[in-house]
Write a protein that binds this ligand. Sequence first.
Ligand SMILES: [Zn+2]
Ligand SMILES: [Zn+2]
Length: 318
Amino acid sequence: MQITFWGVRGSYPVPGAATVRYGGQTSCVEARTAHGECLIVDAGTGLRALGNKLVRESGGAPGHYHVLLSHVHWDHIQGLPFFSPAYIPGTRISVYALLTAADELNQVIGGITRHEFFPMPLEAVPAQFEFHQVEPAVMLSIEGFKVVPIALNHPFGSVGYRIEADGSSWAYVSDTAPFTEVLHKQHFLSGPEPLSAGDRTALTAMREALMKQLRGVDTVVYDTHFLPEEYARFPHYGHSTPDQALDICVEAGARRLVLYHHAPSHGDDQMDQIAAAYLAKGAAVGIEVLTSFEGMTLPIGPEKAPPGPSSRPRRVTL
Ligand SMILES: [Zn+2]
Ligand SMILES: [Zn+2]
């Protein structure tokens, strides 16, 4: 299996001179099996270029695409209306997300394509959209992939995924705060409230369930939006730091951590500094730490495989 990053930013797109090397598009990762089966994780603005590539590959023939969503914040769904396979008649697009009802997801995606906001409403799009609700810890089989959803700690909820194929595994963990601060609550104005005993128990259980799914995976892609000093100012924004992600990976025995969901304010020069600092911090504790950039493709190794030349990232043309 291999994964390719099509969007690595959190919050909103930031194309421009300061983000040429790491990229300015929002969350989107493509996983591929050795047989060419494709799974898309999150549908931020990075999805647009991925859709164009998929249409080139298929020669414009209809296909069946699978999109796992972490949650429906804008930076994870904004690429969907611009996903070019959706405009090919006969195409099926299966969208998976954590919601109490698939109907609600249909309403969200249908809502952002209402005629006031977008020229073509969802019901007029030629492709057939199917919405599926996922449940934490309940495994899904999607083509050659085995996928286990993982509940995360984010305002109104988010879900990560452990993804297995070809005897290799990786995990997508975005968006999430550490398991000490917020619990599916919105605190932007008031700041975090003191946690109740029930909240603390729920957070501990959530962290344990995450650790169980991450145990021994080759690669963990993690929400590392904030630097520690930024996190201290915004602990209730639902995101983590590279240090928190590194602790999780060490405890899980993962081989590699990929920093992801970069803050829009971090330009290329600062990203270089972050990448170098955490490569060294990771090396000190036996974890290979890479910093994702648009176009980065990573081969996913077998569980607990030692790092080798085949694990080096390369850049693809988007
Ligand atoms: Zn996000
Ligand atoms: Zn979010």
